[in-house]
Design a protein around this ligand. Sequence first.
Ligand SMILES: *Cc1c(COP(=O)(O)O)cnc(C)c1O
Length: 474
Amino acid sequence: MDGTPKADLAGLRRLPAVDQVLKSPLALAAAERFGRAETTTAVRAALEEARATLKSGAAEPEDADGLASRALAALEAKARPSLAPVFNLTGTVLHTNLGRALLAEEAIAAATAAMRSAVALEYDLDSGKRGERDDHVRDLLCRLTGAEDATVVNNNAAAVLLVLNSLAAERDSIVSRGELIEIGGAFRMPDIMARAGTRLVEVGTTNRTHPKDYRSALSPETGLLVKVHTSNYRIEGFTAEVAPKDLAAIAREADVPLFNDLGSGTLADLAAHGLVHEPTVRESVLEGADIVTFSGDKLLGGPQAGFIVGRRDLIAAINRNPMKRALRVDKIRLAALEATLKLYLDPDRLAQRLPTLRLLTRTADDMAAQAARMAPMVAARLGDTFRVETRACKSQIGSGALPLETLPSTALALIPADGSGRRLSALADALRRLPVPVIGRVEDQALIFDLRCLEDEAGLAATLAHLELSDGTV
Ligand SMILES: *Cc1c(COP(=O)(O)O)cnc(C)c1O
């Protein structure tokens, strides 16, 4: 005997049958949206749940409408995309875990058009003959960087792998010990080199590397001189590195190509936009690098991609590598890349049209005014359990670009009135469960909404309207 009381058994008998629930108006609407099969499965699950609740001693059995409503809610929850939009209020503009750069409207339109129709991806419309997918961005890249030739692959990690494998397989790649970096996500320069089939030759020491270190490592076995932009850390104090220009001279003397992995790289002079200078790709080419690689979705502000620009003969060798085919980009991204690169042809309007630059260059006044607009709304949503303060804070560029540079920004600080850490984490949880989740950061006993990346104020207000804390305070 399981000791089930008689009253509950009667309740079980009074539960409607699957077919009966499926005839209710809500279930019919659900079937219209999600299909009969999925709706039937959801109704069965709702009934199963109702049975379990009754067995555990619950009161009244649910009726057909109640069960259909629960099935519909479950179907709606399941239908919500897993890769859904969120509000990035972390203050990190290029947040790798939140998808890095937001694309410009021009890029979104181009990608959408490419998705919807056939495109001349590898088809030369002038001659009617076969074309190359790089044709769509080659001239633009050459114009914007001053390089002779260019190609595009899946991301910068792929670009580095492909360059090393194409130009230095079974030969030496000479790198300074101070540049053997880990970028995160298991991308470590020595490991990538091993997988690319090149022999890593480390020169110098962690803090100091001199021209003579490179010179004495050169041999007939040398395939490449490699320079890696240490974008995500900085060594300070007693340091020395060989400037790209001097390294280029050493490479030329030895008749070995110089490869510079710029990491983020940028096509625009950030100093002209009031930001800290980051080496531009054009500078790197001018300084004599034979091959330069950089990312599409870091400072450049486009979709994920890896660019390889440089000497024509070397790009041709890279394009002959069969690995290129495994690393290529699709038409959607190429369309978005082309549109993004074109924005750089009009530097005057770049900061307006390219979201990455627009967010990085927001003024203190602009964000302070926004904080004044948003604070009362957020405070009203949170009631008495939280205090909302406007605070100065520091944003980051992110993705390893200029990691030590912070940008002065403005935040709303949501502070539990009773100082409870539990309440703070309950709030963070509730914010993550909103229809459009809101991601802030916890700092100094407060939840910080850095406003730098907030453009859709009405959207934030709309999602916060659904806020419910588990302790019922909101
Ligand atoms: C970010 C970075 C990479 C990897 O670029 P992805 O586009 O993320 O693949 C490689 N090298 C350096 C120096 C970087 O900063």
